[in-house]
Design a protein around this ligand. Structure first.
Ligand code: PHE
Ligand code: NA
Length: 437
């Protein structure tokens, strides 16, 4: 069967931005920027995103494009070419990143399920009626989430079922523009609320002393990797569907800028509104499922803005979840020769069933989310970087990244990828083990 490609550079950037923009931008970034020094946090964040993570992005894209395979097949080819008979080792190594993002999909789908429920709640006007903090505690961790979880898996499954162009690219082409428009509307509403100024200050007033704290740099580095979906599988498989004439360096600058813009818009949509109503700018689920609905219950026009908000976050979720399922689907199809339809169905059922115990046990959910995002995902990113820059070779890596690009990286890029990037990816793994959680 002929391998599908994105329709062009635009489609490729769009799907990658779709993968990048997700819960990391919404429930982590907006909190972290306030917590770790406001505008001062942007310094380490931008250094790491542009100087380090963007190299990881180009590496994964170029790796996939050069081998025209996802991680399992690509690692296998690179190993086999290097030394006959070692392909199997490569395939086994390639399984690590694919399994890593698949295991993230397992819990991410549960969160999308909660979001779907909250989207429906916003429609029914429930935020004005229920006790919001109590509601979240009694909804999550119970069997009531199972149907919503199933809906999230099915939604992802349907998009991936239709394949690269008619599924993933099409869905992103609909969801991403709407996401940006909604975010803009929400920002305008949020910053014009009385009392919004405290939130704007929380985001922008730099607290330079935070730059002296190691934790600030660790958080910025972890954020840079997670937000660009670096785990050795997602961007790699997306790259494998990119056309040879795609300018990878310029695409990476654009993707990074769009992703950063979305993070800033999300922060400006959320934090000032949360401050205006004297609420807690908490991180994670507490922000999305408690503080935010409370804001909409109190805000003038909150009914409409609540609907828009949860719709946009659902879109951010699905455009990322498809990018977590696709690497496993590609790998499985490639190895077994199964059809896309059968593969997608099978893997979706597996993801749903493995996720079921997490539905009804929040402690298990938390452990799973921590282990997969803090330990497993960065390890996948490291493995793919080592295989690309060391096994495939830094010279060939640079040539592939430069191919058909207006921006041409010089010879210096080879030691940069081989030593600096790989070293930093290694440090991310170590720091996450030491400080994560
Ligand atoms: N970048 C996504 C987010 O910020 C998460 C993600 C990680 C997506 C790994 C795909 C692969 O939510
Ligand atoms: Na997304």
């Amino acid at each position: 069967m002929k391998r599908e490609k994105w329709t062009g550079k635009m489609g490729f950037i769009l799907v990658s931005v779709g993968s990048a923009i997700g819960l990391g931008n919404i429930w982590l970034f907006s909190w972290r920027i306030g917590e770790y020094g406001g505008a001062a946090f942007l310094i380490p964040y931008l250094i790491f995103v542009f100087g380090i993570a963007s190299v990881g992005l180009m590496e994964e894209w170029a790796f996939g494009r050069s081998q025209v395979k996802g991680a399992i097949g690509a690692f296998e080819k690179v190993f086999e070419e290097k030394k006959k008979g070692t392909g199997k080792i490569g395939a086994a190594l390639g399984f690590i990143p694919v399994a890593a993002v698949f295991s993230i999909f397992i819990f991410y789908a549960i969160v999308i399920g909660w979001l779907l429920k909250y989207f429906v709640l916003s429609f029914t006007g429930a935020f004005n009626v229920i006790n919001i903090p109590e509601y979240f505690g009694t909804f999550t961790g119970t069997a009531n989430t199972i149907g919503w979880h199933a809906a999230a898996v099915i939604g992802t499954m349907v998009i991936v079922f239709f394949g690269v162009q008619r599924g993933i690219e099409k869905a992103n082409k609909i969801m991403m523009p709407i996401l940006f428009v909604i975010l803009l509307i929400l920002v305008i509403r949020s910053v014009t609320l009385t009392g919004a100024m405290d939130g704007i200050k929380y985001i922008f007033v730099p607290e330079w002393s935070k730059l002296a704290e190691v934790k600030t740099w660790i958080m910025a580095l972890g954020q840079a990797f997670f937000t660009l979906s670096l785990g050795g599988a997602t961007m790699l498989v997306y790259g494998s569907y990119a056309r040879d004439d795609t300018d990878i360096p310029s695409a990476s600058i654009q993707a990074v800028l769009f992703n950063f813009m979305a993070s800033m818009l999300a922060a400006l949509a959320i934090i000032p509104a949360v401050f205006a109503f004297g609420l807690d700018p908490a991180a994670g689920p507490g922000l999305l499922f408690v503080s935010i609905p409370t804001v909409f219950a109190k805000m003038p026009g909150g009914y409409i803005f609540g609907i828009l908000f949860f719709l946009s976050v659902v879109f951010a979720g699905f455009s990322s979840s498809v990018s977590m399922l696709e690497p496993a689907v590609e790998g499985f199809m490639d190895k077994t020769g199964f059809s896309r339809g059968k593969t997608v169905l099978l893997l979706s059922i597996v993801a749903f069933l493995v996720g079921l115990p997490l539905d009804i046990d929040m402690a298990k959910f938390g452990t799973w989310a921590d282990i997969t995002t803090i330990y497993v995902l960065p390890f996948g990113a490291l493995v793919s970087a080592v295989v690309f820059f060391w096994v495939f070779g830094a010279d060939k890596a640079r040539a592939e990244i430069n191919k058909n690009s207006n921006i041409r990286f010089g010879k210096w890029f080879e030691p940069y990828g081989k030593y600096i990037f790989v070293f930093v990816a290694f440090i991310v793994v170590i720091l996450n083990i030491a400080y994560g959680g």
